[in-house]
Design a protein around this ligand. Structure first.
Ligand code: KG4
Length: 343
């Protein structure tokens, strides 16, 4: 066994996850229990349900994580006593959901007398790029796009981040979810929209590209969502049939155009040689293709997290925790969950 062995827990939204990393940065186990089916019938994540489901799932997820890691290492059993540290996502996210993971991890660290490490969720999404590309290293620009966040960050070094711009209203994933809801495509909306978009014409409907020419790196998504809803209402009122594929493709193209434009600006502004992505929306094929084209054109290295590591997972949290352990940067047991925290 290559030490340190660290177990990391993630519970910031609607995924209860645990992962075990070794001193080589190898993920010996990476377990995710998704609650998405419980939230789907409400059309979005219900915070109270998320908290309760985390409580139900967390012990089982950690047990499974130990079992999988024991099998990977070909040892009979692994327990909390075998660890060198316990890590957890402490911010940002739904505070009731975060509290479950934080309280559980602190309890486990205290009982087993192990150091406790708090990890920022968005730093986890950045580190997810290491899962597919172990040689990935700063300096870089990262685009973090999920259901709750949309920002561009200059990664000057590991742990040295400058936020270049963020959304002033909705997150990109939120826009996908709201548009999907308006189209009756269910929750989560991103995967459904990208599936339908493949069959549609991205130039069929001219939806707005907000902040395209703002000259800064901020985003705005709520106007685009309203434009789609207004279009749907007008078409329905006029008795015209809506082409769902065309709406999806045109909406997605409006998102991609602004994302790519701002990514180009961020790369020009920072001179960073590498661009990478993180968060649930990083799984969007059209966005990935557009960044591929941009980076080829600019001579910039593109690093993408594997599809399986775009959504919330604890593997990415474990990789951050490994760096913190090596730096000796631990949290006290008085640390708390936080809904908001700067990267
Ligand atoms: O990072 P994540 O799992 O957690 C939250 O921040 O909630 O991201 C989930 C978000 C959802 O809004 C979902 O619709 C979006 O990521 N998403 C996508 C795709 N897959 C997931 N958005 C666009 N295209 C996709 N293929």
């Amino acid at each position: 066994i290559r030490r340190p062995l660290i177990l990391a827990i993630e519970s910031s939204c609607d995924e209860t996850a645990a992962a075990l990393v070794d001193g080589n940065g190898a993920l010996l186990a990476d377990v995710v229990a998704s609650q998405v089916d419980f939230h789907a019938r409400f059309g979005g994540v219900v915070p109270e349900i998320a908290s309760r489901k985390h409580i139900e799932a967390i012990c089982g997820v950690c047990d499974e994580c130990f079992d999988v890691a024991a099998t990977t290492l070909a040892v009979p059993k692994l327990t909390w006593e075998d660890l060198d540290a316990v890590a957890v996502t402490y911010a940002p996210g739904l505070v009731g959901a975060l509290v479950v993971g934080v309280a559980f991890a602190k309890g486990a660290a205290w009982a087993a007398d192990k150091p406790f490490i708090g990890v920022h969720h968005l730093e986890g999404h950045l580190y997810a790029n290491k899962i597919g590309a172990p040689d990935f290293a700063p300096p870089a620009v990262v685009s973090l796009v999920s259901g709750g966040n949309t920002l561009l960050v200059h990664v000057k070094d590991w742990g040295d981040y400058e936020t270049l711009g963020a959304t002033i209203d909705d997150a990109v994933g939120e826009a996908f979810d709201k548009v999907a809801k308006a189209l009756g495509l269910g929750y989560p909306g991103g995967p459904a929209i990208s599936r339908h978009a493949k069959e549609g014409d991205p130039d069929a409907i001219a939806f707005p590209r907000a902040m395209m020419h703002s000259g800064d790196l901020r985003f705005s998504l709520s106007g685009l969502k309203t434009a789609v809803v207004t279009y749907l209402n007008n078409e329905r009122a006029a008795g015209r049939e809506v082409d769902v594929a065309d709406v999806c493709a045109s909406f997605q193209q409006a998102v991609v155009d602004v994302q790519v434009k701002k990514a180009r600006m961020a790369l020009e502004q920072t001179g960073a040689p590498t661009f990478c992505l993180g968060g649930g929306v990083a799984a969007n094929p059209a966005l990935r293709d557009a960044y591929q084209a941009l980076c080829e054109q600019m001579g910039v290295r593109l690093v993408l997290p594997p599809f399986s590591a775009c959504g919330d997972n604890a593997g990415m949290i474990a990789l951050v925790a490994l760096d913190r352990y090596r730096q000796g940067r631990f949290f006290g047991l008085d640390a708390d969950a936080q809904a908001h925290a700067n990267l």
